[in-house]
Design a protein around this ligand. Structure first.
Ligand code: SAH
Length: 353
């Protein structure tokens, strides 16, 4: 059996070729595209300006990806909404909606599971299942919009998975999400976070997009980074920071460095000094994230005083830095935790939200 066409992952040009091959006029492709990416139609039957015959063909010959929430947790503290979506093959993924002064932001997963194995992360040690298709990434945003009726202005690819380990689908997702015939979210409002897959960082820089690249740094010496992140063993710290410099040169977009503060591991004044030296003079922003304690892990957050002192040390060296406000603390919004709990409970034959 040949694989069914994944129409929601197609660019308009590809969809046009597909539609004409099916014997329809080319303008039908644009109508179909708008049903999928602007009106966010949940069914093919709902696409009322397409003929019933064509709708039947689509139903039989294509995959029409729609994500529906299995579970939604709402934070009583700040209204953050955490979604568990099920995929057609039974896998589950997480996405989060956060409300900020500048707009609503959705945090999207790029893979079902992750292969990177960062020591402090809830998704490490979980089974890696597979890459998500572009449609499955888009549908996390669309599904949340259908559920809340709220406009989404910002998207961050910081959920489960390593986006640059799913490069081609990620690129499709970016182009579809920012396309003027779709939701037309500004590329400037899109952030992709990577643990530092250097060759793909160069490739992304050469695409000359205006998205923000965030690098999960988490340590400022090779030795400390290797202790936290296995990927650091494959790509040297200097080489990784050089790739960030190249990204800025090619795109003019300031790099964000994410740095999870872990008590006693990377939060000393000496660590702050190493970090300041490593990125001194770069056009960048540092996001300090008090590490989110993951069940069964030994990592703990430093106290606020230590975090502030770390921040001050960087600021004194002329570095832009913020301490990330934690959203949805009460609903384990640290990515991966809901999926992890689901998998554990499902393994025991039960799932209690
Ligand atoms: N794989 C990508 C994107 C997903 S993780 C990456 O590594 O960047 C999104 C961010 O959350 C990364 O910066 C990651 O290091 C961080 N993160 C993971 N677990 C965390 C935890 N327990 N506490 C704080 N940040 C965490």
């Amino acid at each position: 059996m040949t694989e069914k066409a994944d129409i929601k992952s197609m660019h308009l040009t590809e969809l046009t070729a597909f539609v004409t091959q099916a014997g329809e006029k080319p303008f039908r492709a644009k109508q179909l595209y708008q049903w999928m990416h602007q009106k966010l139609s949940e069914t093919i039957d709902g696409m009322t300006n397409l003929s019933t015959g064509f709708r039947e063909t689509l139903k039989q010959e294509t995959t029409y990806t729609v994500l529906r929430p299995v579970n939604v947790q709402v934070s009583r503290q700040d209204g953050t909404r955490k979604y568990l979506f099920s995929l057609d093959d039974g896998n589950v993924i997480e996405s989060v909606l956060m409300h900020y002064k500048f707009g609503n932001s959705v945090c999207v997963s790029s893979q079902a599971g992750c292969r990177m194995g960062c020591k402090f992360c809830a998704s490490a040690g979980e089974d890696f299942a597979r890459n998500l298709s572009a449609a499955e990434m888009l549908e996390q945003v669309y599904g949340i919009m259908r559920d809340t009726g709220e406009r989404i202005s910002h998207v961050v690819v910081m959920g489960i998975g390593e986006p640059l380990d799913n490069y081609d689908n990620l690129l499709r997702f970016i182009r579809l999400l920012t396309d003027e015939n779709g939701l037309h979210i500004s590329q400037r409002n899109l952030t992709v976070s990577t643990c530092g897959l250097v060759p793909q960082m160069y490739r992304l820089a050469d695409e000359k997009l205006s998205i923000t690249l965030a690098l999960s740094l988490h340590a400022a010496t090779q030795e400390k980074r290797e202790a936290l992140m296995p990927v650091a063993g494959a790509y040297d710290l200097r080489e990784t920071v050089d790739a960030c410099r190249y990204y800025f040169e090619q795109t003019g977009r300031r790099i964000t460095f994410e740095y999870a503060l872990v008590a006693g591991e990377n939060d000393s004044m000496a660590d702050a000094f190493s970090l300041a030296s490593l990125i001194f003079g770069m056009n960048c922003h540092v996001n300090l994230i008090p590490v989110n304690p993951v069940r069964g892990s030994r990592f703990a957050q430093p106290d606020l005083e230590t975090a502030r002192a770390f921040q001050n040390k960087l600021e004194k060296n002329g570095i832009h830095v913020t301490i990330r406000r934690e959203m949805g603390r009460d609903i384990d919004a640290a990515c991966g935790q809901l999926r992890k709990r689901y998998m554990e409970e499902q393994g025991k034959g039960r799932w209690i939200p």
